[in-house]
Design a protein around this ligand. Structure first.
Ligand code: ADP
Ligand code: TYD
Length: 209
């Protein structure tokens, strides 16, 4: 029996990590233990990417997308805690970001179709049961980010957040025949968003998606 895999997506500050923790807790309470994870990973490629994201290391944009895809392949396949094996063994896995983050963020500078092709091996290895996209306005996202962070990252400007959100929707339209994307309105209080996410996930789990 294989497990389920849910990817949480959204622009920076949309509430993914908050909602991931709440969803994990609810699943545990329902007797469904889950593995929670995030991208970039804390593996060697992910660590390098974080240096790129804060501007410590300069890197051509054409190198950034393949690096994220490489980090993702390691995330999927590595022997110690690869996601593919966890799902094969029946675990429920939740990830804060997956390949739609690459589609949206990297295609601000590069052709979206190319970024999708770079990630094709990942999509073939593990497609999410559902991609839960927490949709908030870039203005609210930026307000949350600047209130709560000591330093902001490369992509965290209003213009960039606006364009990234638009690219998410372009990617959803392009991939609609292959992917199960659920849009969760995120300009609401934490509990209302959590309730919506729980309804979606529990419905998919009980339908044996
Ligand atoms: P992300 O992982 O998408 O960047 P976070 O979960 O870290 O987002 O949330 C960003 C900030 O906004 C955090 O300080 C968090 O406490 C706050 N936050 C998250 N969801 C909400 C919400 N629904 N309403 C108000 N603040 C929120
Ligand atoms: P992080 O601080 O973990 O974002 P957050 O906590 O707000 O979700 O940093 C992840 C950053 O990396 C974020 O700005 C989006 C970017 N990113 C990509 O550009 N491509 C990708 O494939 C992934 C996974 C993330």
């Amino acid at each position: 029996m294989s497990g389920q895999f849910f990817a949480l997506e959204g622009i920076d500050g949309s509430g993914k990590s908050t909602q991931l923790k709440l969803l994990a807790r609810r699943l545990e309470e329902a007797g469904i233990p889950c593995l929670t994870t995030c991208e970039p990973t804390d593996g060697p490629i992910g660590k390098f990417l974080r240096q790129v994201l804060i501007g410590q290391v300069k890197c051509d944009s054409r190198a950034v997308a393949p690096l994220f895809a490489a980090d993702r392949l390691d995330h999927l396949l590595n022997k110690e805690n690869g996601l593919c094996r966890a799902v094969e063994r029946g675990m429920t896995v939740l990830s804060d970001r997956y390949y739609f983050s690459s589609y949206a963020y990297q295609s601000v500078d590069l052709p979206l179709e190319w970024v999708i092709e770079v990630n094709r091996p990942c999509a073939q290895l593990l497609r999410p049961t559902a991609t839960l996209f927490i949709d908030i306005s870039p203005e609210l996202a930026l307000a949350r980010i600047t209130q709560n962070r000591k330093r902001t990252e490369l992509f965290e400007t209003r213009d960039r957040l606006t364009r990234t959100r638009e690219q998410f929707f372009r990617a959803f339209a392009l991939e609609k025949d292959r992917e199960n994307v659920v849009i969760i309105p995120g300009d609401r209080d934490v509990d209302a968003v959590a309730e919506d996410i729980w309804r979606t996930v529990s419905t998919l789990l009980s339908s044996g998606a």
